[in-house]
Design a binder for this molecule. Structure first.
Ligand code: AKG
Length: 271
């Protein structure tokens, strides 16, 4: 298959929709869909405050981390790990019913939460390498996505502040980009704070350059996989205990504490 053509303007991306059937159709055809206003008001403010606080705490303790898959020396862009343990508001994101409807619709059930991390671009921050998220899956890839990413925009995502750049339709190539392939076709996906950008694991994307003098762009990235893949975050070691103590049945499945077939304890699902 040839690379999909790169039209200009808004039509490059599907129109934002809150409709699940339409969103799943967008995922099939474009590899991504945009859910507007999934996080609003006080919840959005709390998530944003909690994330920036976590990033400041990390910096104050010398735990600053640049993004992986990029220029190791970039000190402006920051990655925040183990976001699920930072504040209870992030449980509302990872286990949001609308988010889980997409997880079930794309990956089936059970599924695992592989990670909940965040990327905050900073002034002058560089772009990430164009990639597909299921790079750990040996090729040839199965003909369906092995993972799903839900990017929660906690700030407005704009071209100027490093909005994620995508190549819609690239998932249909069913392989990662090679060399500079796709770099010319990638376009920034601009979305207001509170939007969720839902994309399947084969679509090519990258963090954009932050060309502003004083703006940050925070996004929380929830990464879900089919249940045969090891989570990126080791929840059994890193999860704040209260998250498990108060987790719903669905959340326990996503974290690997309720399971079937794999991850058993003495042949049974852990209690
Ligand atoms: O920060 C972004 O906009 C994209 C992040 C991403 O692609 C990643 O962390 O793998």
């Amino acid at each position: 298959m040839a690379m999909p053509p790169a039209p200009s303007g808004a039509a490059f991306f599907p129109s934002p929709t809150r409709d699940l059937a339409e969103g799943l159709a967008n995922l099939r055809t474009q590899g991504l869909t945009i859910f507007p206003g999934l996080l609003e008001g006080r919840s959005l403010q709390r998530a944003r405050d909690a994330l920036y606080r976590a990033a400041e705490d990390d910096a104050a303790r010398g735990r600053h981390q640049a993004f992986s898959l990029d220029y190791a020396q970039d000190r402006s862009n920051r990655r925040v790990w183990n976001v699920l343990s930072r504040d209870p508001i992030f449980e509302d994101l990872a286990f949001h019913p609308d988010a889980l409807a997409y997880v079930k619709g794309v990956l089936g059930w059970p599924a695992l939460l592989g990670n909940l991390s965040a990327n905050i671009t900073g002034p002058g921050g560089g772009e990430m390498v164009l990639h597909a998220d299921q790079i750990f899956v040996p090729e040839p890839w199965a003909p369906e996505p092995q993972g799903l990413n839900i990017a929660w925009c906690l700030d407005d995502f704009r071209e100027s502040n490093g909005a994620t750049r995508f190549v819609p339709g690239s998932h249909r190539l069913n392989r990662p980009p090679q060399g500079q392939e796709g770099v010319e076709e990638a376009r920034p996906l601009e979305a207001p704070a509170g939007s969720a950008v839902i994309f399947e694991s084969r679509v090519w994307h990258q963090t954009g350059n932050n060309r502003t003098a004083d703006e940050h762009r925070a996004g929380v990235f929830a990464w879900y996989t089919k249940p045969i893949y090891r989570p990126q975050e080791n929840w059994f070691l890193s999860l704040r205990p209260e998250v498990r103590d108060f987790a719903s049945e669905e959340a326990l499945v996503l974290l690997g504490y309720r399971t079937e077939g794999l991850g058993l304890v003495h042949g049974r699902s852990p209690a």
